[in-house]
Design a protein around this ligand. Structure first.
Ligand code: T46
Length: 137
């Protein structure tokens, strides 16, 4: 990865032949933190949909694109990288102080996010200049 504080987390499915695939995600075994919150994003009917555009101070997350696809744009304050998420088996870990923006959603995209803490607005850095100052520290 070109940017800091992120990595792919791959979880191979258990393939049950004609009965389909079963995929198990256990926190602390597969996910590098205790999962305290799960949320999902779907109904992405506009091609102009944009989500994220912020960084988190303490929160860690892993996102899986369960269906469809989207682009995740990452920025650690020094390097930028675009990642295409299009597989239910390959999650993206997003650590602290990483500016992330999700776009180019396919209409059938379902993004499932596992988070290390409950929702806390105070954890968000929503101002890009503040993010750059934090990243420089
Ligand atoms: C990320 C992407 C994929 C809550 O009340 N509880 C929650 O757990 C969350 C995540 C949001 N909200 C409320 C707060 C805002 O009024 O929902 C509204 C939109 O939240 P947010 O700006 O966080 O939405 P996204 O989709 O831009 O970003 C979220 C995550 O924050 C972000 O880290 O990766 O989903």
């Amino acid at each position: 990865m070109k940017v800091k504080n992120c990595k792919f987390i791959e979880i191979p499915p258990i393939k049950d032949g004609i009965d389909g695939y079963l995929t198990v995600i256990e926190d602390t075994k597969h996910i590098p933190f205790e999962v305290k919150r799960v949320y999902f994003i779907n109904h992405l009917t506009s091609k102009f949909a944009l989500r994220g555009r912020h960084a988190h101070r303490q929160l860690e997350q892993v996102m899986y694109c369960m269906n469809g696809s989207c682009t995740v744009s990452l920025d650690d304050g020094y390097q930028k990288q675009n990642i295409s998420l299009n597989s239910a088996d390959k999650g993206l870990y997003i650590g602290t102080n990483l500016w992330h923006t999700m776009s180019e959603f396919r209409e059938d995209c379902v993004l499932v996010v596992l988070a290390s803490d409950k929702y806390k607005e105070a954890d968000y850095i929503r101002d890009y200049q503040e993010f750059l100052r934090t990243a420089a520290k």
